[in-house]
Design a protein around this ligand. Structure first.
Ligand code: ZN
Length: 151
């Protein structure tokens, strides 16, 4: 049972890696942010369009490993229609999940990344797009990097 689940999770990640959703530049984003993970070579740029306190549209471009791409792809699906406060709370749950392996009720499909905690080098790949989305919402002009103490 557990192996089947692992396999399913891997298939979801592979699918999003090979066919990333919302993978394009956005002409007129409300905010955007770049993220990089020097340890792995992942780079991405995230675009957001917010209106009335809700994220109406989100997209990304970039290159990197399968985990970072799949994480960004699933992130775009997860944050659409949410408020910045909801995204922050989701970040905390995802961060907790990928570092401890503990599932969280509110993460939905993102639970496919729970197994990442077994591979510490991959945790930063999975969390990179989440740092980028917070940076975009905070309006930070500087690219964010996973190589920070709080990363
Ligand atoms: Zn990576």
């Amino acid at each position: 049972m557990f192996d089947d689940l692992q396999e399913l999770y891997q298939q979801v990640i592979l699918d999003h890696c090979k066919h990333p959703r919302n993978f394009h530049e956005m002409p007129q984003p409300t905010c955007s942010a770049q993220g990089q993970n020097p340890l792995c070579g992942d780079q991405l740029k995230l675009f957001l369009r917010t209106e009335g306190g809700i994220i109406q549209d989100v997209s990304f471009v970039g290159s990197g490993c399968c985990i970072s791409k799949a994480s960004a792809s699933l992130l775009t699906e997860a944050v659409k229609g949410k408020s910045p406060a909801e995204v922050r709370s989701l970040f905390d749950q995802v961060h907790d999940m990928v570092t401890t392996g503990r599932g969280a009720d509110g993460v939905g499909k993102l639970t496919v990344f729970a197994g990442v905690h077994k591979y510490p080098a991959r945790v930063k790949c999975a969390i990179l797009p989440w740092h980028a989305v917070l940076a975009a919402l905070d309006g930070k002009g500087e690219p964010v990097t996973t190589e920070r103490e709080d990363a």
